[in-house]
Design a protein around this ligand. Sequence first.
Ligand code: NAD
Length: 459
Amino acid sequence: MKKREFLKKVAVLSTGVTILPSCGVSPSDENQKTDDKNKGADLDKEVKRIRTAHIGVGGMGAEDLKAISSHEFVDVVAICDVDFIASMAAQKLHPKAQVYSDYREMFKIMGNEIDAVIVSTPDHTHAPASMMAMGLDKAVYCQKPLTHHVSEARAMQKLAKEKNLVTQMGIQVHSFYDYKLATLLIQDGIIGKVKTVRAWSPKNWGYDGQEPEGKDKTPDTLIWNLWLGTAPERPFKKKFYHPGNWRKLMDYGCGTLGDMGVHIFDTPYNALQLDVPKTIVNNCREPNGFGFPEKNEVTYEFPGTKYTTENLTWIWTDGEGVPASHEDLKLPGDEVLHDQGAMFIGEKGRLYLPHFQLMPKLIVDGKYQEMDISKFKLEEPVRDYEAEAPKHYHQFIDACLGKDKCTAPFSYASRLTETILLGVIAGRFPNQKLHWDSATAKFKETEANQFLDSKYRVF
Ligand SMILES: NC(=O)c1ccc[n+]([C@@H]2O[C@H](COP(=O)([O-])OP(=O)(O)OC[C@H]3O[C@@H](n4cnc5c(N)ncnc54)[C@H](O)[C@@H]3O)[C@@H](O)[C@H]2O)c1
């Protein structure tokens, strides 16, 4: 089924369900209109608690559930997972919540009892579940990357804007001290205009092997058809798809770039106020139609912004042994580079941002330099994940209550995700420079356009 048809279905579902007027709606991003302030204030009076529904509660979904439900004004009312092991574990923690295995059924039955939806499924289900939630006027917290396809990212952004919904992408480090500090330092001009950014991760969420033959018995606890959802029909094979390994495969995930890249790209993307790139080239192996390449080097060229030189070059590398040594990545005294991170290379020096929860460092003429950070009004650093991670989630709930604004709304997340996905598509055309036209949302190389969208299976 094409995305358009799916949206039509969402609209039909919406008309058959009673929707709470403007529940979960409040100021969410820079696109908001001024009269939203009043809407937020009304909401504060009307809605004292936010009723959440969680789609996908195993793996990261369990973390999301924990962080969201730690907000004092949250009631978890619905839990949905296609694997009963995950949903039963979640229900133990929230015994009052109703349990579902099909999010469509959950919305049909409980559409008028939910204010906000948390989507923590594999990537290919982010858009189908979030679009349905937004079609019913729900606020949505969706895991990263926002979507599996560029067309979906654009559709999510459009719908969220049209309906003026509170939205947030699950890039929790966006709200962490070191990333906020790096953003302020770059925007303050500490290294002058930025020419190049390098970002790297040695993780390998690729698979160079062949598609497995045959099929294994589906575990009794798993509803495979619902796990596949809108993705093409495929027999179940142990260890290939569920849980977690779907990331390596084209039909469900977005490889290492879509996994770690979103987190590591986020700060430079935000700090430099980038839009989508003009050109993309991925230096990787030939596509095999099943798994992503195990090693990628993606070079993006972005149009300049007020924080960059006329153009900005961005080089992402992933896979075992990455990054190879490069002059831009040399640290003072031959210090060993952190295994994951980003380096901003500017006209007056470099800013090194190891991933994660580590202080950004200024390097000038091959030496670390002191930085005066006293002028930035930041809270003290909290270098404890458990303490810091909930901030991003609580910001979302506070935004639902009309008391805060989300800093990674879909208006932002969709552009960042589009950028990431363009690099993923470039992996299907190794070493070929692709030219992206943001205005028409098309590549100049027409053969690449088929990967911007995908058919939805009816399930
Ligand atoms: N922000 C972060 O730091 C972070 C970390 C890890 C994962 N993630 C993101 O979280 C998402 C999930 O990743 P994961 O590692 O937890 O994967 P996973 O495979 O371990 O878990 C996914 C869960 O979703 C369930 N699920 C699958 N399809 C479903 C459907 N149609 N309806 C309801 N439940 C469904 C699965 O049964 C499982 O419980 C991904 O988008 C991933 O990128 C984010």
